[in-house]
Design a protein around this ligand. Structure first.
Ligand SMILES: [Zn+2]
Length: 288
């Protein structure tokens, strides 16, 4: 599998300016010297450059509505875009797997945030949504919402009472993050081993050909549990079974039968689980 670097590049900080695309390539920020998306349809997309390539791009600073790749000639859309294009599929993978995307603004990009000349690295963004619409030139375009990854992402949550009235036209309101799924290199490998099929129910979530599952740590990470981020402490689960497992709605016996919900955990022959982690989960998380 091709190696692709996601996240910040060593020695490069937000605000750094590069004279041209070759310099951006040499620094390892964005490898292609022409294409706006640095990505592929297997590992995901790791970087984009905003440089007035597409008339439909919208840049609000911390939020960017980015037009995907394809069907564009000299800044004009001449045919429909497809979700199968490597860069577009790559951005979908980055969305579903929570991979960060480096954003660089070029001097031709119409925004007060663009540099006067050259290309300025603008930091890491998360792909939070994708949708399809008819662009200004009348062709279908694939679009992505990217939101800046802040160092702290906590926002207040109000629980209880009656359902809030909501708003018909919310605009850019702050959303509440319900839970953050930790996705490490090890959990990505574990999910690939199972081809993103839940080890409990066998279900795979598939979005336009890109598969989604979650890596669940058996003995939780962090204090006070201090579980390891290693394959023998990881499961590949669908979001429902991930939450149920984390909250102790069920647990797993040493013979992989499922305590409280019945059935049996599917375990790949190449996946060796540390039985002591299952015991820990039974004794500390699923106390029934
Ligand atoms: Zn499941």
């Amino acid at each position: 599998m091709k190696n692709r670097h996601f996240g910040d590049v060593d020695g490069i900080k937000e605000g750094d300016v590069f004279p041209d695309r070759q310099a951006l390539h040499n620094a390892g920020v964005h490898l292609p010297t022409v294409a706006g998306i640095d990505g592929d349809s297997i590992t995901g997309s790791s970087s984009i450059v905003l440089n007035a390539g597409y008339v439909d791009d919208l840049d609000l600073g911390d939020e960017i509505i980015y037009t995907g790749h394809g069907g564009n000639k000299d800044g004009k859309q001449v045919e429909d875009q497809s979700w199968d294009g490597a860069g577009n599929k790559g951005l979908l993978i980055s969305e579903l797997q929570g991979l960060p995307v480096r954003v660089t603004r070029g001097y031709k990009h119409k925004s007060p945030l663009s540099p006067k000349s050259g290309y300025q690295y603008s930091g890491l963004y998360q792909v939070t949504d994708h949708f399809e619409e008819v662009g200004k030139h009348g062709f279908i375009i694939c679009r992505f919402r990217l939101e800046k990854i802040a160092s702290t992402t906590t926002s207040p949550t109000i629980v209880g009472g009656s359902l809030p009235a909501g708003t018909a036209n919310p605009g850019r309101t702050q959303s509440t993050v319900l839970r953050i799924v930790r996705d490490t290199a090890v959990s990505r490998e574990t999910k690939r081993l199972y081809n993103y099929q839940c080890q409990v129910c066998g279900i795979t979530i598939e979005v336009k050909g890109v598969r989604y599952a979650e890596g669940a740590h058996i003995k939780p990470l962090g204090k006070p549990h201090d579980g390891a981020d290693q394959p023998d402490n990881l499961l590949c689960l669908c979001p429902n079974h991930h939450v149920m497992f984390d909250k102790g709605v069920f647990s797993i016996n040493d013979d992989f039968t499922l305590h409280l919900i019945g059935g049996k955990l599917s375990v790949h022959p190449k996946h060796v689980l540390d039985i002591s982690n299952l015991k820990y989960h039974r004794e500390h998380i699923c106390i029934n």
